[in-house]
Design a binder for this molecule. Structure first.
Ligand code: MN
Length: 729
């Protein structure tokens, strides 16, 4: 991470006039009197108190507000910044603040007081409790956390004045809670600064050695930065890319982390510098990248595109490492000015200081906050909660390995199905389960960092409404919704087509012949349909009636009569009613438009829900269902085909064959059987066979209710020690 450009140093001389000057720089018509009042109220309340440094107490809230102004926060947050310690330290009441200022401001100060008042026994407990309280506070008003971060920033900045013991405690707490929180909220400027301060107090030896290294050869380094910026700028200008280029040392903490991860020591640390290119728009980002990659040799595997795929905290940037002008590795970040603003200020960048009230983000809009709040209610143990928080916040999510060794980052709580959609939409749509670390798991399996995942797909699989409950990521949800609405569209299209065809019969016409004569053109125009398909959809969704369409067909002399209207309406009713009626029936399969029909499953292919299916009329035996892949289909005549679908209401038990290969040991058949029975799954039959090499082969015919139960059965059997392989037979 490169040091961000906001400077949060302690300012001992910070006055209210200076603060107001700074607010006005971005918010010219700010209510100056309200800010002064906040300052004066706090100065009066803290009048007899001093900081550990010996300075008057008011310098602390003033510096906290200084940070809030650097983040360009709104006026309520600024005033709350002045008042943040008054309830806790000065016996000011929330009612007083509400009376003098506003209930919003009082709420923020109350939230801050709550967070700091909690006392705990152990460190682990304290972090967890603190975090839970903060999550609750966030749900009410995220600005509580932003003020808290500014408060912590100044306390860390002035930590040299407190006892060594207190330094350690506060720095550790900051690293455990406030750093991940700042990271999750995307406030990287605060995060980077806090991390370096934590390093300074927790591993001071390393911190000062790094500082020394940066300080060494200072003028040489500055020359190097200047030259490199010049070279990069020249290259960009040659290709007409206008951008700001800066270079600066990386944060000590990021260098320290790299040292730890790679096990390198001080002498091996080379690339302590990084460069940043800020462009005016996204196109120029990629253009700049192209220029950089053609001017300097890129280091393979180091390019990351967070512009196309932003991080979970909305961070966007292109990252690359190239061999620089002096044959040194240099890291380069490329992003727009706007992305830079978000990178530095994260969620704080969303407060529109100019639109008082309306600019405030509702925590409900930020779904991960909602997830945390929900999670907070679900989890009983503090340490479990903390594990989750840390895992989620440190990593920004969970890291999953693909079969070819790539790593994908998913949000916390992501399931196997989320992963499938992260790979590709089609992989998601066809997903039937996954192999996690070699074991078969169902769609809803929750992934953990480090899991190695291989998606299992089936040509016949399609998404269903239930999937929306399984996935966590917005991307997967969107893709599933898109698929479902396409299905909905297809259904309306089919319905519309059938209604129109039916309505044309009395006139001895059909759709095909009318198309040939361009007889629908008038209807297309008048009813705003681009083509026949859209016209069908208009009818199927009842946006237009069949009668409206008939009237617009030149070769039809439409006589408006009640009879026609009723006929069209009753046909629509009939179609929709049959669909509904048959959906509620105790049948595993819904047969389009037909009622009270005997349905049986083809013994040849044993379809189970989730399979794509086709119905065939068999003389005297009703309808037989086959999978779309069944070999027998080819022998059956097309005209007897029926469109059928699985009835989601029906609790289905269907036979499916499972083949198990095991090491040949006595009692293996009965131990597998009892495993299956213990899952509440019925075994219809079992056949055993001995194989060479001391192996055994078994075929179990079991009854499962759906594909996921089938997969679950497979994974339970596969988990047994003696089992070599399991598959559908
Ligand atoms: Mn404070």
């Amino acid at each position: 991470m490169i040091r961000e450009s906001l400077d949060f140093s302690h300012e001992p001389e910070l006055t209210i006039d200076e603060l107001i000057r700074r607010v006005k720089a971005y918010y010219s018509d700010v209510d100056e009197q309200l800010i002064r009042k906040g300052y004066e109220f706090a100065a009066h309340a803290h009048r007899s108190q001093k900081r550990s440094s010996g300075e008057p107490y008011i310098i602390h809230p003033a510096n906290v507000v200084g940070t809030l102004i650097k983040l360009k926060m709104d006026i309520e947050t600024i005033v709350a910044g002045f008042l943040h310690d008054t309830i806790e330290d000065c016996n000011v009441t929330p009612e007083e603040i509400e009376k003098e200022f506003s209930s919003n401001i009082a709420q923020i100060v109350v939230g801050l007081t709550k967070i700091s008042k909690i006392k705990f026994k152990t460190r682990q407990e304290s972090q967890a409790e603190n975090f839970r309280k903060m999550v609750v506070a966030m749900a009410k008003d995220l600005r509580v956390i932003i003020v808290k971060l500014a408060d912590r920033m100044h306390n860390m900045r002035t930590l040299q004045y407190v006892s060594k013991e207190k330094q350690q405690k506060i720095a550790q707490e900051t690293l455990d809670i406030y750093v991940p929180l700042a990271s999750r909220l995307g406030i990287n400027s605060v995060k980077a600064e806090l991390e370096d301060l934590c390093l300074r107090y927790l591993h001071s030896e390393i911190y000062y050695r790094l500082a020394e290294k940066v300080d060494m050869k200072k003028s040489e380094r500055e020359d190097y930065i200047r030259t490199t910026i010049r070279v990069i700028k020249d290259q960009l200008e040659e290709y007409d890319v206008h951008a700001d280029v800066t270079g600066r040392p990386k944060t000590f903490y990021s260098v320290y982390k790299k040292m730890q991860q790679r096990g390198v020591d001080f002498e091996q640390i080379q690339d302590m510098l990084a460069f940043r290119i800020l462009t005016n728009n996204i196109t120029e980002c990629y253009k700049a990248l192209g220029v950089i990659h053609s001017a300097f040799k890129p280091v393979p595997g180091r390019f990351k595109d967070y512009v196309a795929i932003p991080k979970i905290n909305n961070y966007q940037s292109l990252h690359t490492t190239v061999i620089g002008p002096q044959a040194e590795r240099i890291e380069i970040q490329i992003r727009t000015h706007e992305m830079h603003e978000i990178a530095e200020k994260g969620i704080a960048a969303h407060w529109k200081y100019k639109e008082v009230g309306s600019g405030v983000i509702n925590a409900k809009d930020i779904d991960w906050v909602q997830e945390l709040v929900q999670f907070n209610q679900d989890v009983k143990s503090n340490s479990e909660f903390m594990d989750v928080i840390k895992n989620d916040l440190d990593m920004g999510g969970v890291f999953i390995f693909t079969p070819n060794g790539d790593v994908k980052e998913l949000r916390y709580g992501a399931t196997a199905l989320d992963f499938a959609y992260a790979v590709h939409t089609e992989v998601g749509n066809k997903c039937v389960g996954a192999k996690v670390n070699g074991k078969i798991v169902p769609l809803k399996y929750r992934l953990k960092s480090g899991d190695s995942v291989e998606v299992l797909t089936s040509k016949t699989q399609t998404p269903s409404k239930d999937w929306l409950k399984i996935v966590k990521s917005t991307r997967a949800k969107t893709k599933i919704r898109q698929f479902l609405s396409k299905i909905e569209r297809d259904k309306s299209k089919e319905l519309g087509e059938r209604m129109l065809e039916e309505a044309l019969k009395p006139y001895a016409k059909n759709i095909k012949s009318l198309v040939k004569k361009n007889d629908f053109n008038k209807a297309f125009n008048e009813l705003n349909a681009r083509n026949l398909e859209e016209l069908f959809i208009h009818i199927g969704t009842k946006r237009n009636t069949v009668i409206e369409v008939l009237k617009l067909i030149p070769s039809i002399d439409y006589k408006e009569s009640m009879e026609e209207k009723e006929k069209a309406e009753s046909y629509y009713q009939k179609l929709t009613k049959t669909a509904k009626k048959s959906a509620n029936r105790d049948n595993a399969v819904i047969v389009d438009g037909l009622d009270d029909i005997v349905v049986r499953m083809g013994r040849c292919c044993n379809p189970i829900p989730g399979d794509e299916i086709i119905g065939f009329v068999t003389k005297g035996r009703g309808i037989t269902i086959h999978t779309a892949q069944c070999d027998k289909i080819a022998d059956l005549v097309d005209t007897r085909r029926l469109s059928v679908e699985w009835n989601n209401e029906y609790v289905f038990k269907h036979p499916v064959n499972i083949k198990v290969i095991t090491h040949d040991k006595p009692g293996i058949l009965s131990s597998i059987s009892s495993k299956i029975n213990n899952m509440g799954i019925n075994i219809r039959s079992a056949h055993a066979k001995s194989l060479p090499d001391q192996k055994g082969s078994f075929i179990f015919e079991v009854e499962v209710k759906d594909y996921s139960e089938f997969l679950k059965t497979l994974s339970v059997i596969e988990a047994m020690d003696t089992v070599i392989s399991v598959s559908r037979a």
